[in-house]
Design a binder for this molecule. Structure first.
Ligand code: KG4
Ligand code: ZN
Length: 345
């Protein structure tokens, strides 16, 4: 691959309930990253309240950008391009970051680069803290498992910005299943971390929940598993009035991890991948990370915990490769992308 030109990218991410800005150099070295979380506000509603989210973004976006520049000891003069999440996400949230990015690009005379949020998640695996030793760069062909609150898909990346989608969830995303099951088990919001900590004190072998293997495909399905947990929960409540939440959480988590792990490994073998990448909010899950770390067949890239859930560093990284490879956007781009990952480049 030809040498890519050096560039510093400032990125803004407001697709859901985090207002985030980050500055990344040459796609990998993180100079600053600020994430203003609205988690506490939405916890009251048991999920993200879109209208409240977009109003919070309006309040936070300017201070968050100022803080990211200040933390990196930079001004807009030191930035080469502005990247921004173009979607998918909540339209009312996306539009706040998009307008801020357009304003910065126009005001500072910088190119604008729209980034698909899912593409951003994948690129979180390229990022490391500036000043640290650079970890090895993911090598293509790369089998990329993306597991977030809104998406679950397997993509084969044959080179930068090039994705072959092998499969995706037919119903719930993995993170969504964690969130819904956490609600059933009365473990609170957000569900992923709550299930994880409950599971660590539970017996994963106590309940044998179904695994939707969907043989012959690389698709996923988690709604049957969620329903099985629902029925088991109802039955247990009726019989004993008590919920063994730890064992239920551990058995549920094991069922999700088993499927994500095996399907990714099978796909990596079938498509001759050199390495594996796991990203998205659910990649923060300790059991999932352990499953991939414990196998010795493929080198695996999983972002540090701070970059698993939504952040702008990942948008800056993907934005860098888009910018350096000549995919700059018009200033009138819309917030809802007209391409999905496999059409992203
Ligand atoms: O990537 P993300 O921050 O937002 C989306 O783009 O959707 O992912 C959020 C999802 C939520 O469903 C959350 O419950 C899940 O990631 N999550 C986890 C963990 N941390 C966050 N799921 C399992 N285990 C975790 N430790
Ligand atoms: Zn996300």
């Amino acid at each position: 691959m030809t040498e890519l030109r050096p560039a510093r990218i400032l990125a803004i991410e407001t697709s859901c309930d985090e207002t985030a800005c980050a500055i990344v150099e040459n796609g990998r070295a993180l100079l600053s990253s600020v994430v203003a979380s609205q988690m506490e506000i939405h916890a009251r509603y048991g999920g993200v309240y879109p209208e409240v989210a977009s109003r919070q973004h309006v309040l936070s976006v300017v201070p968050v950008v100022e803080q990211a520049l200040a933390q990196a000891h930079l001004t807009l003069k030191d930035i080469d391009a502005i990247a921004v999440t173009q979607g998918p996400g909540l339209a009312g949230s996306l539009v706040v970051g998009m307008n801020m990015a357009k304003g910065l690009a126009l005001g500072a005379g910088l190119p604008l680069v729209g980034v698909n949020h899912l593409e951003g998640h994948l690129y979180s695996a390229w990022v490391y803290e500036a000043g640290d030793n650079a970890p090895p760069e993911p090598q293509f062909p790369l089998m990329a498992l993306l597991v977030s609150g809104g998406h679950t898909e397997l993509n084969l990346m044959t080179e930068h910005l090039t994705y072959q989608r092998l499969g995706a969830t037919l119903d719930d995303a993995a993170g969504e299943a964690f969130d819904k099951v956490a609600r059933l088990l009365e473990l609170g919001y957000p569900g992923g971390p709550a299930i994880q900590s409950a599971a660590e004190e539970g017996d994963a072998g106590r309940f044998n929940f179904p695994r939707a293997w969907l043989d012959g495909t690389y698709d996923f399905s988690f709604s049957g598993l969620k329903t099985a947990v629902l029925y088991e929960t109802r039955e247990l409540k009726k019989r004993s009035g008590h919920l063994p939440a730890h064992d239920l959480a551990a058995s549920f988590q094991k069922a999700v991890v088993d499927v994500l792990f095996k399907k990714t490994m099978d796909a990596a073998r079938e498509f001759g991948a050199k390495e594996i990448l796991v990203a998205g909010g659910v990649s923060a899950n300790r059991a999932l990370r352990q499953a991939f770390r414990a196998q010795g067949e493929f080198p695996v890239h999983i972002p540090p915990l701070s970059l698993c859930t939504d952040n702008a560093a990942m948008i800056a990284s993907a934005g860098y490769y888009r910018f350096a490879l000549g995919h700059v956007s018009d200033l009138d781009i819309d917030v809802l992308p007209t391409w999905n990952l496999s059409q992203a480049a």
